[in-house]
Design a protein around this ligand. Structure first.
Ligand SMILES: Cc1cc2nc3c(=O)[nH]c(=O)nc-3n(C[C@H](O)[C@H](O)[C@H](O)COP(=O)(O)OP(=O)(O)OC[C@H]3O[C@@H](n4cnc5c(N)ncnc54)[C@H](O)[C@@H]3O)c2cc1C
Length: 411
């Protein structure tokens, strides 16, 4: 579409959810405009750890499997078939087991996952060291998740934007959206800091800013910003070959120390915090860990997730706790100094589930948000499912679990 201010679908937000939705809509021949107030990938989608995938589709794929395994295939296509070098690499993931209690928990989980057709296996520390030589020999073992991988978050998000533009989508940066008005005929008028736009359908893909953008329409989208922070070493020779995580947080969350454990066990009532945080207020309830080595040689790790409004300042004490945990798993890390730290804001829904679909009470208004701490690895398929919904007028059955009607209210 050649820079017209009219479109079939206008998307607000140039993170992974917005650009993936734009790409899949453009593939289906829709005239798409995307408005991003910064640059593409300037928020969470550009500063995350790039961890992808999980355990495969399983025998009876639920929403989580669709989003994770489906996105994994889309990333693969971008790298292998479409010529975008997004540093996609899928060596698998190693999840450290620190204690005997975590060992029992991990064994039960792996057996359950295997019986459901997912890919997971248990390794002793000795076995793990045959594929990850720097792994600690004193750990209780590892869960090996063969379907895990990594991509460069900025390169991948920018590539989706470029792929959408190559199909005719009009990707506009530096457009801060400030007002949304529905017209009599159901179409939308959108005002940004740089102009006015007219569109049939409107998509909110604004991540941690879902609440303020929802407020422009008088609706409450229950998504809260959660600060995630990371750190990196100077480039080092190739020494870490898998995506590295820890069982500790999953164990603590499942044993009730954190709040609820997201999509696979959603029976408990909501409380004032979204699920799967490392802190409640100032109190640490668990340690969380993810990371690995990037193509440029930097070793990067992160973990903490806490509520602190729209604050981007990395918390030094949290970085040290995270570095300590990373060193327990990969002792080499403890001998390297930290060269930089950063933080970003993740969009957490209050019930831990994604919010993808039509917003009730309005015509032609859609949302894709709430992908929390794994939105990079789940965003491409979230965008595809929403694009299919908008294009066909029908939601895929698997989206029932993500229905915005369950949680979006009028103010
Ligand atoms: C430190 C950290 C590590 C992470 N690690 C991983 C990981 O390893 N794997 C994984 O899968 N996920 C990870 N995540 C989570 C993942 O990054 C997010 O879930 C995902 O990027 C969210 O994508 P999004 O498109 O919803 O939001 P965003 O990327 O935040 O994009 C939303 C966009 O909307 C724009 N916007 C907001 N308001 C307006 C407005 N009024 N007008 C115009 N534009 C607007 C913003 O500028 C922003 O660019 C991590 C996150 C962080 C912070």
């Amino acid at each position: 579409m050649a820079n017209s201010n009219e479109s079939d679908v206008l998307i607000i937000g140039g993170g992974i959810c917005g650009v993936a939705t734009a790409f899949h809509l453009a593939q289906q021949g829709e005239r798409v405009t995307l408005l991003e107030r910064g640059d593409i990938a300037s928020e969470a989608s550009g500063v995350n750890a790039g961890g992808l995938g999980g355990m495969g589709w399983g025998n009876n794929p639920d929403l989580q499997s669709y989003l994770t395994a489906g996105s994994f295939e889309i990333f693969k296509t971008l790298q292998l078939d479409m010529g975008y070098d997004i540093e996609f690499h899928a060596p698998g993931g190693l999840q450290a087991i620190h204690t005997a209690e975590q060992s029992d928990f991990a064994r039960d989980r792996v057996l359950r996952l295997q019986s459901e057709g997912y890919h997971a296996e248990l390794l002793t520390a000795r076995e793990a060291r045959t594929i990850e030589p720097e792994a600690s020999e004193s750990l209780a073992g590892f869960v090996f998740l063969v379907k895990r991988g990594h991509a460069n978050p900025t390169k991948a998000t920018v590539a989706f934007g470029q792929a959408a533009a190559a199909l005719g989508a009009d990707i506009k940066t530096g457009h801060d959206v400030q007002a949304l008005t529905q017209q009599q005929d159901g179409s939308w008028q959108v005002r940004s800091s740089q102009g006015e736009f007219r569109t049939r359908s409107l998509v909110l893909a604004v991540g941690a800013w879902s609440k303020p953008v929802g407020n422009m329409l008088g609706i409450e989208i229950p998504v809260t910003p959660v600060k995630g922070q990371m750190w990196a070493t100077e480039p080092a020779p190739p020494s870490i070959f898998h995506v590295i995580t820890s069982t500790e947080s999953q164990f603590d969350w499942s044993s009730g120390q954190g709040s609820r454990v997201s999509m696979k066990s959603d029976q408990q009532p909501p409380d004032d915090f979204p699920p799967e945080l490392t802190h409640k207020g100032e109190t640490r309830i668990t340690r969380h860990l993810y990371g690995g080595q990037s193509r440029n040689g930097e070793i990067i790790f992160g973990g903490d997730r806490r509520l602190s409004g729209y604050d981007y300042t990395p918390d030094a004490e949290g970085i040290e706790v995270n570095r300590g945990q990373a060193s327990e798993v990969i002792p080499l890390v403890g001998r390297l100094s930290i060269s930089r730290t950063w933080a970003g804001l993740m969009p957490f829904s209050m019930d831990g589930k994604p919010i993808i679909g039509k917003i009730p009470g309005y015509e032609n208004l859609f949302v894709v948000t709430g992908l929390a701490s794994s939105g990079f690895g789940r965003g491409p398929m979230a965008g595809k499912l929403l694009a299919d919904y908008i294009h066909t007028g029908h939601p895929a059955p698997v989206l029932t679990e993500a229905d915005p009607a369950r949680c979006i209210t009028f103010k």
